[in-house]
Design a protein around this ligand. Structure first.
Ligand code: NAP
Length: 506
């Protein structure tokens, strides 16, 4: 057996402790309906970010395994594409029901591998399941069109056809929902898939696959390959370039999204890219400030700030700035309880890994060295471990600081004072990211103006949370291409076929 990382005896002993109560925990990958090892027999450890204990080992798969999985998905596509929408809807509904039934088990797995508080993990399962339910319904509404023909005795038909094997590559921050959001949609459309979850969080993907199998999803429709970070580029190349792949559906950083987009271009493959964000959170004087503060806590500290739509830049009007900052500091002090996700009362878990922790602390240190002030937090909570960072409120943030421009992806709120709507728009739009934006105002005209002029794919007026299965989720500019959720989410995985029915008079 090849082990990609060294284990300590302590962490190996934790195997059995961590596994207790997690009935859906798998230690193999899933290809063509079989639970399999890597061809090379290599394995890597999946660790709990709260304490570094090893939860289990998984196959460390490479390009050859990725090819096997793509071939399986391609083979199954030949029959799955011909199932009726009603059959696919029925299977998706069965999968949804099982995921609902096992939601506590699934949540325990997310907390173990991603570190988030159990209540948040349960929230992610409910959110993730809502896509399976939604696409079970949507499967039966992927309609075509009959268009009046410009010629006599001819008929124009547009039908939607599944585009084949979809490569699904997902991040660690919502390890379950990012998968159901894609797989529910592509299955509804009649596609099959190969999923490559993040090295850090493959266990919820495998648990979902186990439940899919129990629900009767045919072998080869869903394949899950697991790999350590060092194998991700090799696996990704196959998932982008193999001629049997019809679409690359990726959620993750803009940096990796660009690499995959480049690889997909070689074969003129369809892409669906959900990439990084840099959300402005704008508060105007007419806003209900208490409400804006409550929502700010959700928009910033949900998943400990590790969310693509997390508020990244708080742009607060000078007339309400002091009140907002004071209320924010007090709420952070009272409501952000740091600790392991399994502990009762904890609201903020660890950051996912050491690199992420280093990135967040580096952004704060850079800002403070250039004149920003941390009103609360601003350092590691070392007593808890090396991935726990205190929930932080930064003021006096200026354009020359890295935090002004970058996606923070951590529990740090950075506040800037603005004096007009124009200034808010100028700062908000001064980024190549365009995922989500938040605006707090009671001025109706201002709400519509901001919705129209903010260069973001999604704008929430007077709310800090906007995700659901029903709306179309997605970004513009460097935040992505395509939409997830809604009917559009399923249509992403179809090609439009034009059929001309001619000579109707012959
Ligand atoms: P990431 O580093 O881009 O990784 C995302 C996925 O891509 C992981 O499975 C990763 O595997 C894999 N990967 C990395 N390099 C690869 C390569 N060369 N070929 C193929 N796959 C490769 O992103 P992350 O750090 O996991 O997630 C955070 C980012 O995701 C943030 O920027 C966030 O904004 C974004 N995000 C966007 C949305 C959205 O809906 N727009 C939602 C959630 C997150 P390994 O992890 O094993 O390296």
């Amino acid at each position: 057996m090849v082990v990609s990382r060294c284990f300590t005896m302590k962490s190996l002993k934790m195997f059995s402790v961590q596994r207790r109560g997690m009935h859906l925990l798998k230690d193999k990958a899933y290809i063509n309906g079989e639970w399999v090892k890597a061809t090379s027999n290599a394995v890597y450890p999946v660790q709990n970010p709260a304490d570094d204990n090893v939860i289990t080992e998984l196959p460390d798969m490479d390009a050859a395994d990725a090819k096997t999985a793509v071939d399986a998905a391609a083979n199954t596509f030949k029959t799955w594409r011909d199932t009726t929408a009603k059959e696919r809807s029925y299977i998706l509904r069965k999968w949804f029901n099982l995921c609902e039934k096992h939601s506590d088990d699934l949540a325990a797995i997310i907390t173990a591998e991603a570190g988030k508080p159990l209540a948040e993990s349960k929230g992610e399962i409910a959110y993730g399941n809502s896509f399976l339910e939604w696409f079970a319904d949507t499967a039966r509404h992927i309609n075509g069109e009959i268009i009046p023909s410009p010629w006599p005795n001819k008929q124009i038909l547009l039908t939607r056809q599944p585009l084949g094997v979809v490569s699904v590559i997902t991040p660690w921050n919502f390890p379950y929902a990012m998968i159901t959001r894609k797989v529910g949609a592509l299955m509804a459309a009649g596609c099959t898939c190969v999923i490559k979850p993040s090295e850090d969080t493959p266990l919820s993907a495998l648990a979902a696959a186990e439940l899919a199998e129990q629900a009767g999803v045919p072998k080869g429709v869903i394949n899950v390959i697991t790999s350590s970070r060092k194998n991700a580029p090799g696996v990704g190349k196959v998932l982008c370039e193999d001629e049997n792949v019809g679409c690359i559906s990726f959620t993750g950083s803009t940096f990796v999204g660009k690499i995959l987009y480049g690889q997909a271009a070689k074969g003129i493959k369809r892409v669906a890219l959900e990439l990084g964000g840099n959300a402005p959170y704008i508060v105007f004087p007419s806003a209900d400030i208490e409400h804006a503060l409550d929502q700010a806590m959700l928009a910033k500290f949900r998943n400990n700030g590790q969310a693509c739509i997390g508020a990244n830049r708080f742009l607060i009007h000078e007339a309400v700035y002091d009140k907002f900052v004071e209320g924010f500091k007090s709420r952070i002090g009272k409501k952000c309880i740091l600790g392991p996700g399994t502990k009762e009362g904890v609201t903020c878990g660890p950051l996912i890994n050491k690199e992420q922790a280093k990135k967040v602390s580096g952004l704060v240190d850079d800002a403070v060295s250039k004149g920003a002030e941390a009103l609360i937090g601003g350092k590691f909570a070392k007593e808890l471990g090396d991935k726990f960072y205190e929930s932080t409120l930064l003021v006096n943030v200026k354009p020359d600081m890295n935090i002004y421009n970058e996606e923070i992806f951590g529990p740090v709120a950075s506040c800037l004072k603005i004096s007009s709507e124009e200034e808010a728009l100028k700062i908000a739009n001064s980024t190549r990211s365009g995922l989500a934006a938040y605006v707090f105002t009671k001025d109706l005209g201002q709400a519509f103006r901001m919705s129209r002029q903010l260069e973001f794919g999604m704008v929430a007026i007077n709310d800090g949370i906007l995700s659901a299965a029903e709306p179309a989720f997605g970004g513009i500019k460097e935040s992505g291409i395509g939409r997830e959720g809604s009917l559009h989410g399923a249509e992403e995985y179809t090609d439009i076929k034009y059929t001309l029915m001619s000579a109707l008079d012959k």
